[in-house]
Design a protein around this ligand. Structure first.
Ligand SMILES: [Zn+2]
Length: 55
């Protein structure tokens, strides 16, 4: 499952969000885990587990 790293522009807190590809594509509102602000920036995307590619 991809992990998205966000940084809050309000309080500067960095936090991780676990979303499936489907959830991410549905453009969810990400909120800061600290101050609940949605004024956040995605920093990077990490992948925890290897997924087998199906083509
Ligand atoms: Zn915040």
């Amino acid at each position: 499952m991809p992990v998205y790293e966000y940084i809050c522009k309000d309080c500067g807190s960095e936090f991780l969000v676990f979303l499936s590809i489907k959830e991410f594509e549905s453009n969810p509102k990400i909120r800061c885990s600290k101050c609940q602000s949605d004024n956040v920036n995605k920093k990077l995307t990490l992948f925890y587990s290897k997924t087998s590619k199906k083509s």
